[in-house]
Ligand binder design. Sequence first.
Ligand code: M6R
Length: 609
Amino acid sequence: MCGIVGYIGSRQAGPLLVEGLERLSYRGYDSAGIAVMDQAQKIGVCKTKGKVERLKEMVDKQPLAGKIGIGHTRWATHGEPSDQNAHPHTDVQGEIAVVHNGIIENHIQLRQYLEQYGEVFVSQTDTEVIAHLLHHLYDGNMLHTLQKAIGMLEGSYALVVLCSREPDALYCVRNDNPLVMGFCNGEGFAASDVTAMLSHTRNVLFLKDKEMAVLSRTGVKLFDVYGNEIEQHFVRVDWNLSDAQKGGYPHYMLKEIFEQPEALQKTIASRNVQGDFSWFPFSQENAGKISKITIAACGTAYHAAVMGKYFIEELAHIPVNAEIASEYRYRHLIFDENELFIAVSQSGETADTLAALRRAKQKGISVLAICNAVGSSIAREAGKSNTLYTYAGPEIAVASTKAYLTQAVLMLMIAVTLGQMRGRLDTQRAHQLRESLEQLPQKAEETLGAFDQIQRLCDKLYQKKHVFFIGREKDWALSMEAALKLKEVSYIFSEAYAAGELKHGPLALLEDGQLVVAVLTQKRLAEKTINNLQEALSRGAKVVAVCTKSVLQQLAELNTERIVIPDMDEISAVLLAAIPLQMFAYCMAVARGCDVDQPRNLAKSVTVE
Ligand code: M6R
């Protein structure tokens, strides 16, 4: 989604802003722009529809001189992608420039109000009202002005403001949209995502809602909504720049698929699932009281939630609802005082998941967050002691891979832990599961060996127009994720079905050559899914089976392509099967010439509703 950068220091701002925008381009965008203030306190703006490369060409031809500036990549919400609608937006005099992520919900009322005072609008965006509002309210002090303005703005925003009358500072504020400050050796950085400043500093400060920051060459000053200066809360980010670069891989998605053994290792090794549960936020007594669990998330994280449902119900014997966060936030719900709510999010910034978490908190039920991004809004909303981090490292590709797998494995670890705390898992079974978790990174490494086979297979299959993914229980949960992965990167229409549902309707769509991908990691259910495959094969379907070595025998003479994953404890084998299915989506997309890392219409972090 939209990206923000800001710079103040001793170097030319233009190239640094463009570099920051390049680093944010993975988030998805359709236009880009920068505003830089020169020594004569004049603000120059350069913005364009299209890619950051186009912006770079423009500023290379006509550089904007100055050592302070702001930049933005826009993902259109209000008004089409166009030069005019691109950020930064300015007031009529061009003395105030703003970049904004989020949505100003009362922009129409504000526009009407400001037009009465002669403000002239030139774009269709909600953001432009902010520039005019700041101009209208300006009283010689941008911090006061910003404070007044946020009292009038409704909606979500991360804002960075450049003001020609106050040439030595950038003014920043956030509400329900991430904004990070960084400071190092007389240089200040602002960004919507820490990856934009990793090459300059890892000491960062995540703004909280309605906090205002003044970024200057001497440091960052922080103010509350009443304008009182407050204490700073810098943190050190462990991620480094090479984590956020391609490292020789043609795409981030492929790099991130191959990073999964390491990501699993970090997530698993950081917590003990047998004996010492000190990492787990709930005591044995509280864990024993949990009457039901709701796990809410969006997209891929929702699919990890569905997987979590199966793990927790099976091992801890607690009823679990996996909920799509955008539904949960509005639908009629029956809360239980002993309920546990879990939010799952890679970015920790997904607006619907954040809203679902807030709704659960308002009801007074216990909450837990599973996040990848340290210091993110969801992590902060849940609280430090109620957040469990996946240690996947920065995930840049829009299509989530390593975040999914670490979320799912963390779900399994929670299930094993709750199972023991509640006396549902005996020591021997807990021990087997612990060993299985410890083996997972190595088995994931082995599974990556299927890449060449999958690539060859996709070279034959990439022209398929529709794909069905089928499986039962956990294999169905994974099928949903496999279908999402394929559709988002290759644009092939794909759908997941519980295998037993095929004959209740979807079989009508089966015709000669229809591709069906079956997930078979659970021996006890394999025979049933194989029966469903027979139904598909007899109607001319082309079948690819992703199965464990032991299920392979059950496939016997069936006419299928086979991608075989190593054997594991039956409950965790499904996690391994995610890897070939991610590679399948990747290879199909590459074979079709798609922009794998930045699929059309998608954004990495969906910070608006
Ligand atoms: O950052 P989050 O995990 O909250 O993001 C949720 C979804 O937007 C995300 O998983 C999306 O579905 C991915 N593009 C899937 O690959």
